[in-house]
Design a protein around this ligand. Structure first.
Ligand SMILES: Cc1cc2nc3c(=O)[nH]c(=O)nc-3n(C[C@H](O)[C@H](O)[C@H](O)COP(=O)(O)OP(=O)(O)OC[C@H]3O[C@@H](n4cnc5c(N)ncnc54)[C@H](O)[C@@H]3O)c2cc1C
Length: 328
């Protein structure tokens, strides 16, 4: 396909014949501290006269972003734990793991540009988020205020829960969120009994993943990890991804399919059954309802948070064993 005309000008010399001159190594520009930081109080009322942004060259912006991103790709190509999906369950898992094990490299892969999954609002797009006790323990740990209504608590806006959790997770130095990136497949290794162990994920830009039907040969990237925790939510265009793949690769027979709404049964079931479904793959949150045929619970979110707490526990319980297996 020809490149877009506006971006391409034909020259007489072919690219191959142009000798490459100069040093092409990426250099870190020396930091010249011309502009010392100011406080907001110092900025006040200075807009007309003294105010100007510090100068920048456009390439500095490009390099500031790309250098960090490519460094992260390099660092996390071998991760300790990969979390698929940054919804309420995935983020809760990441929070617990980040706190417990600052020594582990944890990558979160989120298909959407905006992390948070379905937890920005409560039921029927209302603002408040209900959590049944004992999930208030998770809110207390995060320092999120709530109204105590006896057997359950209410956060005034679901977005307060999600934004607080997200901001804490992103501050852990050992956690990297790759958003706008979809998990397209799982890396597998054979086990002695003929089944497989999950040993990482196959990734692609989500926009590329969405165009495999109309563009060919857009190969993915990979991340190796002894533990993958899948929290991709309900079945849907992207949801329940890893467990659907387990069915298609004949590692589980079939999906139970999410059952009708029953708050009391559903939340206990999701938390209690959060587990390693096949070696190396832990499933939590609403994705699990598709495996086990568990009830849905509607707009009560305690099970998502505590399923994340349990997923982190399960991951650490099997981590050393899987890491040893993954070394060969
Ligand atoms: C039909 C429907 C029914 C619902 N019923 C309930 C209910 O019964 N109970 C309830 O609590 N909530 C329900 N919800 C709301 C909401 O989905 C969940 O509460 C909650 O957000 C689930 O949390 P989660 O972390 O398991 O998954 P989600 O919040 O859905 O997060 C999953 C995340 O994974 C990402 N993802 C998916 N596939 C991939 C992939 N291949 N690679 C990378 N990232 C991926 C998604 O972009 C998303 O951010 C429902 C929503 C819908 C649409």
């Amino acid at each position: 396909m020809a490149p877009p005309a506006a971006m391409f000008s034909e020259t007489a010399t072919s690219v191959d014949s142009v000798p490459l001159k100069g040093d092409f190594a990426v250099k870190t520009a020396p930091i010249v501290q011309k502009n010392t930081s100011k406080t907001l109080a110092e900025l006040a009322d200075s807009w007309e006269h003294d105010f100007t942004f510090a100068p920048i060259r456009e390439s500095q912006v490009s390099r500031a972003m790309t250098r960090r991103y490519f460094q992260d790709l390099d660092t996390y190509a071998e991760s300790d734990i990969v979390i698929v999906g940054a919804g309420s369950c995935g983020l809760s898992t990441a929070y617990m793991l980040g706190k417990a094990r600052p020594d582990l490299k944890i990558a979160i892969i989120e298909a959407s540009v905006s992390p948070g999954g379905g937890a920005w609002l409560g039921g029927q797009l209302f603002s408040a988020m209900v959590m049944r006790k004992p999930a208030d323990a998770f809110l207390a740990d995060l320092g999120i205020p709530y109204d105590d209504e006896g057997d359950f608590v209410v956060v005034k806006h679901a977005a307060l829960f999600t934004s607080t959790l997200l901001s804490k997770v992103l501050q852990f130095p050992n956690i990297k969120l790759f958003n706008a990136t979809a998990v397209e497949d799982l890396i597998t290794r054979p086990m002695p009994n003929g089944s497989v162990r999950i040993a990482g994920v196959v990734t692609n830009w989500t926009l590329v993943s969405m165009h495999h039907d109309d563009q060919s040969c857009m190969d993915p990237n990979t991340i190796n990890a002894p533990i993958v925790i899948s929290t991709t939510g309900h079945d849907g265009p992207f949801g329940a991804f890893c467990v659907k793949r387990l069915v298609s690769m004949q590692q589980i027979q079939k999906l139970g399919g999410m059952r009708g709404l029953d708050m009391n049964r559903a939340e206990d079931a999701i938390v209690k059954r959060t587990r390693e479904v096949v070696p190396g793959l832990i499933v939590g949150g609403m994705e699990l309802s598709e495996v086990d045929g568990a009830n849905r619970m509607g707009p009560t979110f305690g099970a998502m948070a505590l399923s994340g707490v349990k997923a982190a526990e399960e991951a650490l319980r099997v981590f050393d064993e899987r890491k040893l297996q993954n070394a060969v």
